[in-house]
Design a protein around this ligand. Structure first.
Ligand code: 1GP
Length: 248
């Protein structure tokens, strides 16, 4: 389901569709996507029912604004920044996930970077979407873990993940994003996704390690309202069709 780009409408569209229609986000890491692959990737994304394009990464070594301008040449989908740090801010996007890394205890990722970004965001037309970002242990060190210098939530202690998500919602965050780490060997446990989903009433995004339609189905069946696909399609755009078939 394609979302409308009207001011402040991205979140409302996600909220409206949650529980009725599964949503898919395409994550494009500018450093991981060859410019010659971009047009084809975006053509598929526009045609198969991707809801939003997320742009960002734990470490991005090029101007995000120029990259978003390149995306605009080939796609009319909403572009939402998924920032690893304040250097990835740009008013070329439609929105921004204002991520608070609530699984961790690093103040920079809970409030510090937000203070740095605050006035830029306030003066921009970006739709800012406060998001509780929860990194889940996946068996290896993820880029998020390394760059944020935080520990992920244990995968076998659902109570900790549930309490963290509830705290995020009570703090007023509008989305919970469970992150298994880009390129993770496997998806976050469906039991953990289900436990978190049951404990909150805001939309749940799940990403990390979704490599095929079977993975995506398990993530959706467990309760994710929106799933994020990055690695699996960045080098193989045609695979988007396989994922999008599950949206029907
Ligand atoms: C990472 O959740 C996203 O932040 C997507 O992960 O690249 O493994 O699909 P993948």
């Amino acid at each position: 389901m394609v979302l409308q780009v009207i001011h402040n409408m991205i979140y409302n569209s996600i909220l409206d569709l949650s529980g009725r229609q599964k949503m898919l986000a395409l994550l494009i890491d500018p450093d991981e996507t060859a410019s010659d692959k971009l047009p084809l990737l975006l053509k598929y994304a526009d045609n198969v029912g991707i809801s939003i394009i997320l742009v960002g990464g734990s470490l991005v070594n090029q101007p995000v604004g120029s990259f978003i301008s390149a995306i605009r040449e080939f796609s009319s989908l909403p572009v939402v920044i998924f920032p690893g740090n304040p250097s990835q801010l740009s008013d070329k996007a439609d929105g921004l996930l204002f991520l608070s890394l609530i699984s961790g205890r690093n103040p920079d990722f809970l409030i510090g970077n937000h203070v740095i970004a605050a006035q830029f965001l306030k003066n921009s037309s970006l739709e800012v979407i406060p998001t509780g970002y929860m990194l889940i242990e996946n068996g290896s060190t993820s880029s998020v873990e390394y760059m944020s210098n935080t520990r992920p939530l244990p995968r076998n202690k659902p109570d900790l993940a549930v309490s963290t998500a509830i705290a995020g919602e009570l703090l007023g965050l509008k989305l919970i994003y469970m992150e298994g780490g880009s390129g993770a060997a496997g998806i976050i446990s469906p039991d953990l996704i289900g436990a978190v989903k049951k404990s909150i009433s805001i939309p749940l995004i799940v990403g990390g390690g979704i490599q095929n339609a079977g993975d995506l189905k398990r993530v959706f069946d467990a309760g994710a309202d929106m799933a994020v696909i990055g690695n699996a399609v960045q080098h193989n755009p045609g695979k988007l069709k396989e994922f999008a078939a599950l949206l029907k």
